[in-house]
Design a protein around this ligand. Structure first.
Ligand code: NAD
Length: 249
């Protein structure tokens, strides 16, 4: 029963003073961005490009950019949904201090969350960066260049330009990992929303919180391997359940 689940979630949120919300691709499916691992998800169609292949091969870089620009209408047109808005409201009410996200779609920031409350573990695909000097580049101008010349030129410093995401084979961002760990160890409630919890090291945070004494809630359409450790597991759509819990709070 979603109503009973929402009541139990509201009770846990009511008792919490410093909650952390941890989001994955599942919170953005209601905004029209498919996840990776659901049936029909992106990886049932194509395998990801490893960072080492991106760096080693100009053909791989072209393929990575082709895929990125093909997804631009989806990423560029997506708007925050009820789940993102509920999370933003929980931050506004002081219940949630930080949102740790595996998502790269910028929808938490678009929902009104201040950037310093969002910890992006896997970066952001809404812009690009030089891998050497860190200069920021906008997707629209890179696309124009790619469509005219068939490639994205290197940065003036000679470095490769890549979406500001963390690919497989690429080092995790140090500062974000440290901030995520600090928030996890400081929280009294850790709420997972829409992650299959199989991508490490990100998927290590829920159990770190639990071992440190926090309550653990998992909202996910499908079961995860960490469900047995959770104080509450809700297999309901995120937007529906979070909005209902907010109304009970
Ligand atoms: P995942 O695809 O492995 O898992 C998503 C989970 O969300 C699934 O288990 C699915 O059952 C659940 N789900 C989907 N829609 C839901 C809904 N409306 N309500 C409740 N549950 C729902 O995603 P992941 O764990 O985030 O790992 C995938 C990796 O891919 C991440 O590292 C992320 O960076 C990246 N990714 C990001 C986006 C994005 O930014 N929107 C999209 C796809 C993949």
């Amino acid at each position: 029963m979603p109503e009973e689940g929402a009541r139990r979630l509201a009770a846990l949120l009511g008792a919490a003073e410093r909650a952390v919300v941890f989001t994955g691709a599942g919170i953005s499916t209601e905004s029209g961005i498919p996840d990776f691992r659901s049936p029909g998800g992106i990886w049932t169609k194509m395998s990801p490009i490893d960072f080492r292949d991106f760096v080693a091969s100009s053909e791989m870089r072209k393929e990575a950019w082709r895929r990125r620009f093909a997804m631009e209408d989806m990423f560029g047109g997506a708007r925050p949904n009820a789940g993102h808005l509920a999370v933003a409201e929980l931050v506004k009410r002081g219940k949630v201090g930080h949102v740790i996200t595996q998502n790269i779609d910028n929808l938490h920031q678009d929902s009104g969350l201040p950037a310093d409350r969002v910890i992006e573990l896997h970066g952001n695909t809404r812009y690009a960066k030089c891998l050497d000097c860190g200069t920021r580049f906008e997707i629209a101008s890179l696309r124009t260049q790619f469509e005219a010349g068939g490639a994205v030129a290197d940065c003036d410093c000679g470095g490769l330009i890549k979406t500001a995401t963390i690919s497989f084979g690429q080092a995790m961002p140090e500062d974000e990992m440290l901030r995520a760990e600090a928030a996890t160890l400081d929280c009294d409630l850790f709420l997972v929303a829409g992650s299959s919890l199989v991508v490490y090291p990100a998927a290590g945070f829920p159990l770190l919180a639990k071992r440190n004494g926090a309550k653990l809630v998992i909202i996910n359409r499908e079961p995860t391997e960490q469900d047995p450790y959770a104080d509450l597991v809700l297999h309901h759509p995120i937007g529906t359940i979070l909005s209902a819990a907010l109304r009970e709070l």
